[in-house]
Each structure stands twice: as structure tokens, then as C-alpha cells.
Design a protein around this ligand. Structure first.
Ligand code: AMP
Length: 556
């Protein structure tokens, strides 16, 4: 783990155990709400903040609380902190976050919500906790049963206060707050500020420090001409969605922003797995590593750079076609700053943002401040990708026709035209040239790639095209099954090339090759079969890893 003597979190005055936890999580610097809320909270002030999910607000209030708990020598049974939230999901999520940040401090956290066993909660409360994260209804139940004692509360947080009021918890909140000491510190976080929130704040907060993360200081019109698109996707589908979007957009040089180093590393690996030319860039890398990556990026050997904001800050990159926000940025200012890296020097730029459903409204917030529209689009379907590839094939055919030099091929067309309609001949040639022909999915579309771990049906083999015939005796040769075929754009040259390059054998050793719709069969001498299979497994064919095995029907 990296030592973090210069961590900006340490500069905020946080306990070094927390600073270490944040470094381990890959947080490189505070988000705006954190920079603004942590110092006053550490000083004991009340805070009244407008901030929504995705801004980093959880850490903004959790870190000062943990800092205080870390300094306490005698922690009792009764909690010193109560965090009230609207839903059980949020209670669980928040308790988990507090636990993660405060592991080294040995914080005892309990989530208390309706629908869960009262028994378990009672036992945990009896054993002793520092932080209770609760939904108002269940918290009040415990208060009335005296199982939750609020006399020792030093900090109280109302998180997503607008939601709590919308859900009808106003009276419960009043009752709970009345049971806590007057001298407590109170923090109120709300995504929106309707008048009822102001009333709640004026009743329960003492001279609060006001924080509004969505400050209207972005000058409209200063933005470059950038096509701005957002996709609303569930967390679990983000990687697959991004893969498809990138396939459709085909960026020539794109910067993908993630919140943390860990996310940068994970996403980079996943995109590499899809066959993309991509490298990571974050604060955990040495200068030398970064220089190497930048050199590749500038030389155009990389299509994508996945980076944290901190790492991207000093980068001088000229030719970005796309900027991608893997999450909604934690503030509109950050959004503007990021997308300002594309669409420079009169070229068209594209900004893409992935938003989880609960972050959706933050896009509206950004739109309001930038006075520019962010179009919400649907994640491209496999059919969209196919259409796009077909368009590319059409364009390259056009180029090829214009470039001429087709005489050698006219002979083929002429001879086939004696038997077939020339239109069909041309269509068949286009099909062969088009990687998306006959239902190929994009690499990584797991659910659309057919199950390939099955022996090929003989009929399909017959329908495959035989390209080379090796004159070997069946006994001497082995037939290798490769789980990608015409549908994935595989050509004989791809297989011969992969075998010759990777297994270091002569092209003459490669026998007959048959390419069927979804798989291919290659014959090689038995003596080199194992090493050829090993080599093929270790390489990519048409940008993807494929299943390679002995064909069960060999020698038939
Ligand atoms: P929240 O707004 O509290 O729901 O946080 C949104 C996401 O941002 C969570 O996944 C946090 O782990 C992450 N996060 C919070 N603070 C930071 C930070 N300073 N740097 C990077 N990621 C952060």
C-alpha cells in the first residue's frame, strides 16, 4: 500500500487511520461536498447541505464522525451517533460504508430497519454500538421500547431528508430528535430544498454552515461544441453497456473517467478482455509507468485511457475524440471540466455519461447549470452494432471500388455470374467481408454468444467453407475445434496467422481449414497439435478469446 503523507484527506485534518482506509479504497482526493463539509463538521459545527447520491456525501459526514469516535477513549454501550435515512437499502449501504471507512478505528455499526429481525437488533444494541444507521419508523420503535437509548448521541445526521419527509416521517423525526441531547451536533443532507426542508433545518439545526454543491458559477456558453449523451443503466450492466457504446462510437482516442483507482483497474481489465487497446492511469502508478502509457496513447497505439481525475489532471492530450464518465461526476463543475477535454480545436467532440437510475436527476442538475441538453439514449442493441458494422463494410467496399485494382477478382465474379445472378454474387462477397454477417454478437456479449462448448453438428461442418485441403492421412493429423467462425468474421488467414505466429510452426504444417458459421476446424500434424492448441488458447482471434479443443469428430 502506498504511504499517503501528502494525501489531501490528511490535509483536511482527518485521522491517519481514515486516510489509510481511503487510500486503500482508491480515493485520490475529496469530492467538492467532502472538501466543504468535512472541516466544519470536524470543528463541531452543524451543517445544512444540498447534495445528492453520487456526490460523495456519505463520506462527507461519515469521516468526521469516525474521526471523533477514533479519538474517544471510553466508548460506552449506548451509541454516540445516529444516522437517519429513508430506506432500508440506504441504511444497509450506509452502515457498510461506515464500517469500511472505520475498520481500523474498530467502529461498531448497526443498521436498524423495519422488516428485519427485532431480536438480532436488540442483541446488537445490548452488546454496544457506536453508530446506528436507522430508518425513522424502526428507530422510534426501539426508542419507545428503550432498547435504543439516545441520551449519549453527540452527532445526528439526517440523510436524504427530503425523501424522509416525502415518505411521511416528519413526526417520527421530531419525536426522535426530541429524545436526543440538545447539545448534539446535527447535519442535514438533502438533494432538493423545498420549504419544508428549510423549516426542518430551522427547527433542529444551530447556526448551520450552509453548503450548496450545485453552485451556479459555471459560465454558460464557455462549453465547447460537444455532443452530450447519457445512458441510464443499472450498476450490474455498466461494463457491458460501456463495451457496446464504445463498439458503436469507435473512439480514436478516448478518456474514460472513474472515481477510484480500484474502479480504474477493474474497468481497464474488463475492457482489455473485450479486445480493446486500453491502459489505466492513476495516482498509484509510478511516473515511469505513466510516461510509458502516455507515449502509447500519443502514438495512437491505445484507443482508450481509463483514469481518475487526479491522474488525468496534468495530462496534455491533443486528440481526444470522446470523454466518458463511467459515473455521473460528483459536481457539475467537474463534469464541465472533464468534457472540456474533447471537442477542441474546432473538431467535434463526444461526451458520454453512464448514470445509474438513482443518479438520473443529477444529469438534469448538470443540464440546468450548463444550460445545455444532455440527450438520454438507450444502450445500443446488438442489432445497432450490426447495422454499424455493415455501414463500415459498405464504406470500405466503396473505398476499395474507388481504389481500383480489381482485375484479378473480376475473373471470379465473371465465372460465378455464369451460374448465379451477379447481384447474389456481390451480396455473398459483402457477407464474407462483413464481420457481423449472420448474427455475430459483439465480443463480450455473453448472453448472445452461443454456447460453444459443444461438439459441432456434422451438418454445420458441411455447410462450412473448406479453404485449404491438407493431403495428410487422417491418422497423422489432429483436427482442432476453434469456437469462432464466419459469424465472428474469422478468415483462414486469421487462423493460419495465429498458428504460425504463436506456435512457431511453418504455414505448410497447417492442413485443411473449414470455417463454419460459429466455429472453425483446423487440421495440423498430431505431433504439434498440443502446442498449437496451447498457442491458440493464449491468443485472440478477431479480438476475442475463443474456445480451442480437439474436435471429437476428428478422424471420422
Ligand atoms: P455517495 O454520494 O456517498 O453515495 O458516493 C458515491 C460514490 O462515490 C461511492 O461509490 C463512493 O465510494 C464514491 N466516493 C466517495 N468519495 C469519493 C472520493 N473522494 N473519491 C472517489 N470516490 C469517492
Amino acid at each position: 500500500m502506498q504511504k499517503t503523507p501528502t494525501s489531501p484527506f490528511a490535509t483536511l485534518g482527518l485521522d491517519e487511520r481514515l486516510v489509510r482506509a481511503l487510500a486503500a479504497l482508491g480515493y485520490e482526493e475529496p469530492t467538492p461536498i467532502q472538501s466543504e463539509a468535512i472541516p466544519p463538521l470536524l470543528e463541531g459545527h452543524d451543517v445544512f447541505a444540498q447534495a445528492a447520491t453520487g456526490t460523495g456525501k456519505t463520506a462527507a459526514f461519515a469521516l468526521p464522525i469516525l474521526h471523533r469516535i477514533g479519538a474517544e477513549s471510553d466508548r460506552g454501550v449506548a451509541p454516540s451517533t445516529l444516522i437517519l435515512v429513508p430506506t432500508r437499502e440506504l441504511a444497509m449501504q450506509l452502515a457498510e460504508a461506515v464500517h469500511r471507512y472505520g475498520r481500523e478505528i474498530g467502529v461498531r455499526v448497526l443498521a436498524v430497519y423495519g422488516g428485519a429481525s427485532m431480536e438480532t437488533q436488540l442483541k446488537a444494541l445490548k452488546r454496544g454500538v457506536d453508530v446506528v444507521v436507522a430508518t425513522p419508523g424502526r428507530a422510534l420503535d426501539h426508542v419507545n421500547r428503550r432498547s435504543l437509548v439516545l441520551g449519549g448521541i453527540r452527532t445526528l445526521v439526517l440523510d436524504e431528508a427530503d425523501e424522509m419527509l416525502d415518505m411521511g416521517f416528519a413526526e417520527d423525526l421530531d419525536a426522535i430528535l426530541a429524545a436526543t441531547p440538545k447539545a448534539r451536533q446535527t447535519a442535514l443532507f438533502s438533494a432538493t430544498l423545498p420549504p419544508r426542508i428549510a423549516t426542518l433545518a430551522s427547527r433542529h439545526l444551530k447556526a448551520p454552515v450552509r453548503i450548496e454543491i450545485a453552485k451556479e458559477k459555471t459560465a454558460p456558453g464557455k462549453l465547447p461544441k460537444v455532443r452530450q449523451t447519457a445512458y441510464v443503466v443499472a450498476r450490474g450492466h455498466k461494463r457491458a453497456a460501456l463495451g457496446r457504446i464504445l463498439d458503436l462510437e469507435s473512439p480514436v482516442g478516448a478518456l474514460v473517467f472513474c472515481r477510484t483507482r480500484l474502479e480504474v483497474d477493474d474497468l481497464t481489465e474488463s475492457l482489455k478482455g473485450r479486445g480493446m487497446r486500453v491502459e489505466a492511469m492513476h495516482g498509484g502508478m509510478s511516473q515511469e509507468q505513466r510516461d510509458r502509457v502516455m507515449k502509447k496513447f500519443r502514438a495512437g497505439t491505445l484507443e482508450l485511457l481509463v483514469a481518475t481525475d487526479v491522474a488525468a489532471r496534468g495530462l496534455d492530450i491533443g486528440h481526444l475524440s470522446h470523454v466518458v464518465n463511467y459515473d455521473v461526476p460528483s459536481s457539475p463543475e467537474l463534469y464541465v471540466h472533464r468534457i472540456g477535454r474533447t471537442g477542441r480545436a474546432g473538431r467535434e467532440g463526444v461526451a458520454i455519461t453512464l448514470a445509474e437510475p438513482r443518479e438520473h436527476w443529477q444529469l438534469r442538475n448538470i443540464e440546468r447549470l450548463t444550460k445545455q441538453k444532455i440527450e438520454v439514449a438507450s444502450v445500443p442493441t446488438v442489432a445497432d452494432l450490426r447495422a454499424k458494422r455493415l455501414e463500415l463494410t459498405r464504406a470500405s467496399l466503396r473505398e476499395s471500388i474507388l481504389a481500383g485494382g480489381l482485375d484479378d477478382y473480376r475473373v471470379v465474379v465473371e465465372s460465378l455470374s455464369e451460374e448465379f445472378d451477379p447481384m447474389d454474387v456481390a451480396a455473398a462477397a459483402v457477407k464474407l467481408a462483413d464481420p457481423s454477417a449472420a448474427g455475430s454478437g459483439s465480443a463480450g456479449e455473453e448472453h448472445e454468444i452461443p454456447a460453444i462448448a459443444i461438439a459441432p453438428p456434422p451438418r454445420a461442418v458441411k455447410s462450412g467453407t473448406k479453404y485449404r485441403s491438407g493431403g495428410r492421412e487422417p491418422g497423422n493429423s489432429a483436427r482442432i475445434f476453434v469456437g469462432a467462425g464466419r459469424a465472428a468474421g474469422v478468415r483462414p488467414g486469421d487462423l493460419v496467422g495465429a498458428i504460425v505466429n504463436e506456435a512457431k510452426v511453418s504455414p505448410r504444417d497447417v492442413g485443411s481449414i473449414q470455417i463454419a458459421e460459429r466455429f472453425s476446424l483446423v487440421e495440423v500434424p498430431e505431433g504439434i497439435a498440443e502446442s498449437v492448441m496451447k498457442a491458440l488458447r493464449g491468443t485472440m482471434i478477431r479480438g476475442q478469446k475463443v474456445l480451442v479443443k480437439r474436435d471429437k469428430d476428428a478422424g471420422r
